[in-house]
Design a protein around this ligand. Structure first.
Ligand code: NAP
Ligand code: FER
Length: 340
């Protein structure tokens, strides 16, 4: 095993859309695991939209990164040295670690990865945080009933693609918004969505919705905000539920837009709009993992990962989330199974 590690750190806080200048790759020594820790060779690391929030100097549900801090996120890795009785060298695990070749993880906070269920990178997507967000966000906040019409924005992404499939399983009519024909084709041809709207080529979202959701919208799972959300708010049915999961269209905004936007639309239909945080369901993660794992292993739940090759390209993978480069979950391959 080499003794040299590479790790990404926050070089500067971005203004507006981040670029390469926000990131710096530094060399460091491979850390030694403290008691209770595992040293893993990172196979895959996750880049996620919420990390944009961590680049700001503002408290939120995710603690801000300081300039000079190593970047952290979900990783899948192979244990190379264990200082815990719970795992041995050679085990595959997932947890939170640095954007690095080698990372130390607290053994109490990792979960085993079973490549017989799904490829390891799926543990950062459908079998990881995004899959759990889709599961609890749709079922507990959206509360879909058979026959309901469910609209999902960011539908071809890590969360949205799982939301839509669970809604289909629950007997709903499912409509997705996504940013390319390749994505909308995937939703309708492979994932069972009833309709999908390419918002980058559509002129009139409301007219597209009237066609795709002729009975109106009972559940809106919002991953993006902005003009898509404005249009969906005008189509909500009586007692509709809106699960506010993400607002990626606004993550690079420097100023919060003022104004009620489409809130008056909620009054006549008495719609309920509720923010959701996946971590609120932590005591039930076992249930989600068990069910999602079963659906994936049986082939009932499809998943896709977009893989950027090489730790050196991790910033590109992150930046690509804002231009929609990913289909399904965006991950970075840091090393191969047979690498030294
Ligand atoms: P993702 O959907 O896999 O990736 C982001 C996608 O957003 C891109 O592929 C892009 O697809 C779309 N997008 C980017 N800019 C957009 C814009 N201006 N308007 C419309 N779409 C845009 O990411 P994810 O991990 O599944 O996360 C999805 C959302 O859920 C994010 O907002 C995230 O912050 C949120 N989230 C929330 C929680 C929670 O607990 N609340 C947990 C996980 C994730 P297109 O090609 O379609 O544009
Ligand atoms: C968490 C709560 C929320 C978390 C991630 C999120 C990694 C993501 C939120 C978002 O993408 O907006 O505990 O853990």
């Amino acid at each position: 095993m080499t003794n040299t590690n590479r790790e990404w750190l926050l070089a500067e806080r971005p203004t507006g859309e981040p670029d390469q200048d926000s990131f710096e790759l530094r060399e460091a020594e491979v850390p030694a695991p403290d008691p209770g820790e595992l040293l893993v060779r990172v196979r895959f690391l996750s880049v996620d939209p919420y990390m944009r929030g961590r680049m700001r100097d503002a408290e939120s549900y995710a603690e801000p990164w300081d300039v000079g801090d190593a970047l952290r996120g979900g990783v899948v890795g192979e244990v190379v040295e264990s200082a815990s009785d719970a795992y041995d060298a050679g085990d595959l695990v997932t947890g939170e670690g640095r954007w690095a070749d080698y990372a130390t993880l607290d053994a109490d906070d990792v979960a085993p990865v079973d490549p017989a269920v799904a490829p390891p990178e799926a543990y950062l997507g459908v079998l990881g945080m995004p899959g759990r967000t889709a599961y609890f966000g749709l079922l507990e906040v959206g509360e879909p009933k058979p026959g309901d019409t469910v609209v999902v924005s960011g539908a071809a992404g890590a969360v949205g693609s799982v939301v839509g499939q669970i809604a289909v399983r629950n007997g709903c009519r499912v409509v997705g918004f996504a940013g390319s024909d390749e994505k909308t084709d995937w939703l309708t041809d492979d994932l069972g969505f009833d309709a999908a709207i390419n918002y980058k080529t559509a002129d009139d979202y409301r007219a597209e919705l009237d066609e795709a959701a002729p009975d109106g919208v009972d559940v809106y799972f919002d991953n993006v905000g902005g003009p898509i959300t404005d249009a969906v708010f005008t189509t909500l049915n009586l007692d509709a539920r809106v699960a506010v999961c993400g607002q990626i269209a606004h993550y690079n905004d420097e100023e919060t837009p003022t104004g009620p936007r489409k809130l008056p639309q909620l009054i006549p239909v008495r719609a309920k709009v509720e923010g959701l945080l996946v971590s609120d369901f932590a005591t039930r993660f076992g249930e989600a993992s068990e069910r999602l794992g079963r659906w994936v292993a049986s082939g009932d739940l499809e998943h896709r990962e977009t893989v950027v090759e090489g730790l050196e390209n991790a910033p590109d993978a992150f930046l690509g989330l804002f231009s929609g480069d990913n289909i399904g979950k965006q991950v970075v391959r840091v090393s191969d199974a047979d690498a030294e």
